[in-house]
Design a protein around this ligand. Structure first.
Ligand SMILES: [Zn+2]
Length: 261
């Protein structure tokens, strides 16, 4: 079993535009178009069996539609997809929408505060953390050395204030500030994924950061549509990890996160 713990999907009609937006935000080539079809096609080639899928609401007006879309996808492919919902700090009824997304079968929330333009530890976002605490994990985009919205330090402030919140720090808890992210996450008990990270460091360095965060905490992911699943797996296989650690990262930690292990 292999679980891709970090995949973005978009409705077919807007997928190409959304993928272009990600590409220009990061100044990087996005490999795929962001449709569910291509996620499955490329994932299956690599041997991926399940996917945690989500999408970011860049404005509050998108929250409802994204949650409906992700939930429809999950209903169509319940064996393959674990869906996370969207939320936005300026959404008028955070508590109500959190209840609704739970009733839709969604099992977590995705936030990307660089796209959504709020500091992760801003009080405006506290109602999201209050609503999710003890109920739903939040997958946070973490780190971007061009901004300060999503810094690992700010996320640590949230973890201190909401100790019962299940946190997933994307990109080894600090994209483009990986050492800082792993240092802050070490021993915190929070989850992380290693998507959009392995390309930027040596296999030895990646293994060191993963061990710092915890091999029982880090999950493998592609950040689809950004990267190719087969290439990401090849990079992952180069890391000097034990087979037990590999199994944890490739699927067991994700199963534990969603309460299936
Ligand atoms: Zn993401």
């Amino acid at each position: 079993m292999i679980i891709d713990a970090h995949a973005h999907i978009f409705p077919d009609k807007i997928a190409a535009r959304a993928a272009d937006g990600i590409s220009s935000f990061y100044g990087m080539r996005v490999r795929y178009d962001g449709t569910l079809g291509e996620l499955f096609r490329e994932g299956e080639k690599a041997g991926v069996t399940r996917y945690i899928v989500q999408s970011v609401a860049t404005v509050p007006e998108q929250v409802n539609a994204i949650n409906n879309f992700i939930s429809e996808c999950v209903k169509k492919y319940p064996d393959k997809l674990i869906g996370f919902g969207a939320m936005h700090p300026d959404f008028p009824d955070i508590k109500g929408e959190t209840e609704r997304l739970i009733s839709l079968g969604l099992r977590g929330i995705k936030l990307h505060s660089d796209f959504q333009r709020f500091n992760i530890d801003d009080e405006r976002a506290f109602p999201i953390y209050e609503a999710a605490e003890g109920r739903l994990p939040i997958l946070f985009h973490v780190g971007d050395n061009r901004y300060d919205f999503s810094s690992p330090k700010r996320l640590m402030n949230v973890m201190k204030k909401f100790p019962k919140l299940t946190v997933i720090g994307a990109h080894l808890a600090g994209w483009s500030e990986w050492d800082e992210g792993a240092r802050i996450f070490a021993g915190s008990g929070a989850y992380a994924d290693c998507s959009s990270s392995l390309y930027a460091m040596s296999p030895e360095h990646a293994a060191e950061l993963i061990r710092k965060i915890g091999t029982d905490r880090v999950m493998w992911g592609t950040d689809y549509p950004m990267w190719d699943a087969s290439e990401e797996l090849k990079m992952f296989e180069r890391l000097p990890l034990t087979s037990e650690e590999r199994e944890n990262i490739l699927y067991k930690n994700a199963l534990r996160l969603v309460g299936e292990l």
